[in-house]
Ligand binder design. Structure first.
Ligand code: CA2
Length: 150
């Protein structure tokens, strides 16, 4: 039996509104439902998730720092901060935990400013455009990456 892995799941600004506004872009699933599904999927693979949403850049950065020595990997949807935050990208690089970036919408089908991600270079890879499934596939990828490490 492999050792249990612990994943920090981070949701950036405004994702608390998921399922309540703009369903044509972001779908009807709520953040609570995504978190519950991630927990279930992690459990079936001998892993645990800890989920956190914040509308504040600094709070997300603090959570990334606190993950050092506690979490094995990070699954992150930086939301609008994807395209603006050097500080968030620096925090991800600094803790040096394997991270996967996910997006509900397809960034390449939207405004051109959404094509640039500061966080992407600090992550192993990015999954975008598959709705809530982006998170589930991101979790799967992260757990596979962690298995390879052992
Ligand atoms: O597609 C994604 O997951 C995004 O990270 C979502 C961000 C957006 O700024 C990124 O470019 C792509 C926006 C999150 C806002 O979430 C809302 C959800 C429901 C209603 C309103 C906003």
């Amino acid at each position: 039996m492999g050792q249990s892995r612990h994943i920090l799941v981070l949701h950036g600004p405004n994702l608390n509104l998921l399922g309540m506004r703009e369903p044509e872009i972001y779908g009807t699933v709520t953040l609570g439902e995504i978190d519950a599904e991630l927990s279930e999927r992690a459990k079936s693979q001998d892993a645990t998730v800890e989920t956190f949403q914040s509308n504040h850049e600094g709070a997300l950065i603090d959570r990334i720092h606190a993950a050092r020595g506690k979490a094995d990997g990070i699954l992150i949807n930086p939301a609008g901060l994807t395209h603006t935050s050097v500080a968030l990208a620096d925090a991800l690089s600094a803790v040096a935990l394997p991270a996967v970036e996910v997006h509900l919408s397809n960034l390449h089908r939207r405004e051109s400013f959404r094509r640039r991600s500061y966080c992407a270079a600090a992550c192993r890879g990015t999954i975008s455009g598959l709705g809530a499934r982006s998170y589930y596939l991101g979790l799967e990828a992260l757990l596979e990456i962690l298995s390879e490490k052992k």
